[in-house]
Design a protein around this ligand. Structure first.
Ligand code: FES
Length: 241
């Protein structure tokens, strides 16, 4: 005989989806409306600047969404703040331990186990961001540097730092070890691992900065192509290159 908790783990959708939870469902509502509004506008293309959501158009959204949705930083946030489960240890009312088992990485959330593979796809997408910077500089046949190019560059740096501060990258650079402080592994840390670990400490901050930056660039470019925001030209060489 299975216990009630074991049986509930067999369902594809965990209890978090099935319980009335105004935070979760209002997030879903805002996301659906936001996506509909964004998709109803044409792809913003202006002065050689490419919206990062469309780099390259077909691949980017599903892969980026899966990479971000399975990221440990966001997982902590949406499990705690959207599903109320599992709560942080400092919260008095431990709903998870009192009333139900932790159900992460089971059922629908099994997809979270594939994060390391989505990480590789994120690496594959990064060069496109750098190409977009290059293209925004040479698109006109002369050298151009605009405020838009600087914003694209800041966004690309933020995405790069976020991607390479990933916990899966740390596992990779640490030689696939599960315990970095164990005596057998303590002296085997490479310089690259030490540098990556410094960024990894700030991974959650980098995750939110790069996400906000991503959305900001999208809104900026939509404003630009609608003629609401001017693109400030800082350098325009005039001659051909
Ligand atoms: Fe956040 Fe990998 S853990 S990107």
């Amino acid at each position: 005989m299975r216990s009630a908790n074991e049986s509930s783990n067999l369902h594809l959708l965990p209890p978090e989806f099935l319980e009335p939870n105004w935070r979760f469902w209002s997030f879903v509502l805002v996301s659906v409306i936001g996506t509909y509004v964004l998709l109803s506008f044409p792809v913003p293309v202006k002065d050689g600047l490419t919206d990062p959501f469309y780099t390259p158009t077909v691949l980017i959204l599903p892969l980026v969404v899966l990479f971000r949705l399975t990221c440990y930083a966001y997982r902590k946030d949406y499990h705690r703040h959207l599903f109320n489960h599992p709560n942080t240890c400092t919260v008095n009312e431990r709903m998870d331990s009192a009333r139900r088992k932790y159900s992460g990485e089971t059922g629908f959330f099994r997809v979270e186990n594939f994060h390391r593979y989505f990480m590789y796809t994120a690496w594959g997408i990064l060069p496109f961001f750098y190409y977009d910077i290059y293209y925004s500089i040479v698109y006109s046949g002369s050298l151009t540097l605009s405020l838009g190019t600087i914003i694209l560059t800041v966004n690309t740096i933020a995405v790069t730092l976020y991607t390479f501060s990933c916990h899966s990258v740390r596992h990779l650079t640490g030689g696939y070890k599960d315990c970095f402080t164990c005596p057998a592994n303590r002296d085997r840390k490479t310089t690259f691992f030490r540098i990556q670990s410094r960024f990894n400490e700030h991974h959650e901050t980098l995750a939110w900065i790069s996400l906000v930056m991503f959305v900001f660039v999208d809104i900026y470019l939509r404003g630009l192509s609608a003629g609401v925001i001017p693109n400030i030209m800082l350098v325009h060489s005039g001659g051909g290159i």
